[in-house]
Design a protein around this ligand. Structure first.
Ligand code: ZN
Ligand code: FE
Length: 268
């Protein structure tokens, strides 16, 4: 039991306890317990088994599932998990037609209450057109799904670079100390790519060393913070003259620079 417990990495933020649950090859699901209400939410459900194992070790009862987007590696565990009990499944009203049956739909751009916690639903089209992220301003937690990763962002499967940039800009404007829980452990390859478009960024170099140490010792790179991403994420750094120059667009708008950085990452 103690071995299993020590494998669960917990972040405490105000009343929230947040546990990252590695799933499938490189997905992260997150179990979030609100100490005030006792509610337990799962953010995305790649598969049921590791989530059930973590719930068992923690002694928590799942009450809610929040969905960021419709891809199978974020929803395929939902049916099994909801079959085990009374679980409220929450997702975007705008994408409900291709999500599992929702118990409650939420509207992008609006807020809802979960236990004692205010949750803002931020519209982040790009990876998919219906992608949303969940921001809890009280404890300062952001669940960014496949929109914002450590030193990366999601691929543009459905939306345009312009749409993705709009969503990423909204996230970049959140407070620097916001703790970001992202959907995939892509950090090593993201770091390699970041260095190619932002080679003179000292903070990026330091971060890449830290990430290599963390991964080599078997650790996880989640969570990150908005401040760290603003300083080292090559996609958010589309606002930086250094990155613009590096990709050959010295006077271009950030949105254009972003599109070029994304294109280069896709080709890398
Ligand atoms: Zn996805
Ligand atoms: Fe994914």
């Amino acid at each position: 039991m103690s071995n299993a417990l020590s494998a669960l990495e917990t972040t405490e933020l105000g009343d929230l306890s947040i546990v990252s649950v590695p799933c499938l090859n490189d997905n992260f699901a997150y179990l979030v317990r609100d100490g005030a209400s006792g509610h337990v939410a799962l953010i995305d459900a790649p598969e049921a088994e590791p989530v059930e194992a973590a719930l068992h070790v923690l002694g928590w009862t799942l009450t809610h599932i929040f969905i960021t987007h419709h891809h199978g590696d974020h929803i395929d565990g939902i049916e099994d998990l909801r079959a085990r009990g009374n679980v409220t499944v929450i997702g975007s009203s705008a994408d409900a037609r291709r999500l599992p049956v929702l118990t409650e739909s939420v509207t992008p751009g609006e807020s809802f209450r979960w236990g004692g916690i205010e949750v803002q639903v931020i519209d982040t089209p790009g990876h998919t057109v219906g992608h949303i992220v969940y921001y809890m301003p009280g404890p300062g937690a952001l669940f960014s799904g496949d929109t914002l990763f450590a030193m990366g962002c999601g691929r543009l499967f459905e939306g345009t670079a312009q749409q993705m940039w709009g969503g990423l800009s909204a996230l970049a404007n959140l407070p620097d100390e916001t703790v970001v829980f992202f959907g995939h452990e892509y950090t090593a390859t993201n770091a390699d790519f970041a260095l190619t478009v932002d080679p003179h960024n000292e903070m990026l170099h330091r971060r890449v060393h830290d990430v290599i140490d963390t991964l080599e010792s078997g650790g996880r790179t989640t969570p990150t913070t908005i401040g760290l991403e603003r300083a080292t994420n090559p996609f958010l750094r589309a606002v930086s003259p250094d990155v613009a120059r590096e990709v050959g667009l010295p006077d271009a708008d950030p949105e254009i620079v972003f599109a070029e950085v994304r294109r280069r990452k896709d080709a890398a």
